[in-house]
Design a protein around this ligand. Structure first.
Ligand code: ZN
Length: 318
């Protein structure tokens, strides 16, 4: 059996060209070039042909409205400019261009379709190479480069449409996933595990550890050893006790040491290690089901290399 045959039914990448048309301006770090950088590194690493590609459909609005208020949906839909080249600022660093609403529907649609495919068993796991990202998007308003909360929307779909009783959301972006935490506060069906640089954007107070929230603040300049230790000490015991039926990952790569947006010191091996730990939990409790969605990561080279490390672990490519 060749490597291609071995992996083709296991891991899929969901994306869509429209995700690359959401453009907040040349100055903005959350740029279309991020998805191209990922593609370039997949080719350089010679794994682009080993992982199945699937086009993201547009998300259905009822799926978005399971996590967001009609007002939040309207803020994005109704303020998207109709003229090419125009932008509309939702806040200081979250802008809409004429392609933003479509891109946001594709991003959420990728997470939803990946969830359907993983639960159906046609693939073991999936990575959604999408933008705009999602984990800062609050139920009631977009925020922090994020329009709709792709992971939260997909997690609700897994529970409400597919009947899953327990899902875990793991967030390894350098920033706190405040939108996701707000979506599932006190929802015992969801366990959220994260680490995040603190104090740092979005400057929300870290939640106390609760039965469904293991969000660990870490100081700036923390490296992989600190993160690996907190995964072993905090995430893994909570995940094993929770026994999730499926695992979602908010996969941000801005804690990389080459990423100037964050102030942490992770490297590609750390992302591979974290992914391998998550894979082990998923195999034990979740039938291997994982849907991972791109969040941050702004140094283009480090982003691409880190996604390669993450994908190689998901697809079990040596
Ligand atoms: Zn981030």
């Amino acid at each position: 059996m060749t490597a291609a045959q071995k992996t083709s039914m296991n891991t899929a990448i969901y994306s869509h060209p429209e995700c690359g048309r959401h453009d907040m301006g040349e100055w903005h770090p959350e740029s279309p070039a991020r998805l191209q950088a990922i593609e370039d590194q997949l080719i350089l690493a010679r794994i682009d042909g080993l992982i199945e590609r699937r086009d993201a459909p547009l998300a259905e609005l009822p799926a978005i409205l399971r996590n967001h208020t009609p007002g939040a949906l309207a803020l994005v839909r109704d303020n998207t400019p109709t003229v090419e080249g125009e932008t509309y600022p939702l806040d200081g660093d979250t802008l809409l261009c004429s392609h933003s609403y479509q891109a946001a529907l594709r991003a959420a649609g990728a997470a939803l379709a990946a969830t359907d495919a993983v639960i159906a068993g046609s693939i073991a796991n999936a990575f959604c190479s999408i933008r705009p990202p999602g984990h800062h998007a609050r139920p009631g308003e977009p925020m922090g480069f994020c329009l709709f909360n792709n992971v939260a929307i997909a997690a609700r779909h897994a529970m409400d449409s597919h009947g899953l009783a327990r899902v875990a959301i793991i967030d390894f972006d350098v920033h706190h996933g405040n939108g996701t935490a707000e979506s599932f506060r006190d929802d015992r069906r969801v366990l959220m595990c994260s680490f995040f640089q603190h104090p740092f954007y979005p400057y929300t107070d870290p939640e106390p550890f609760t039965a469904n929230c293991v969000n660990v603040p870490v100081p700036a300049r923390s490296k992989g050893d600190v993160v690996r230790q907190l995964v072993l000490e905090h995430w893994l015991p909570a995940l094993h006790a929770f026994e999730p039926e499926m695992i979602f990952i908010s996969a941000g790569f801005d804690a990389h040491r080459e990423d100037d947006i964050g102030g942490m010191g992770l490297v590609e091996d750390d992302y591979a290690w974290i992914t391998t730990q998550i894979m082990s939990v998923a195999r034990q409790h979740s039938q291997g089901r994982i849907v991972s969605c791109l969040e941050g990561g702004y140094n283009l080279s480090a982003l691409g290399r880190s996604v390669v490390a993450h994908l190689k672990a998901l697809a079990e490519i040596d």
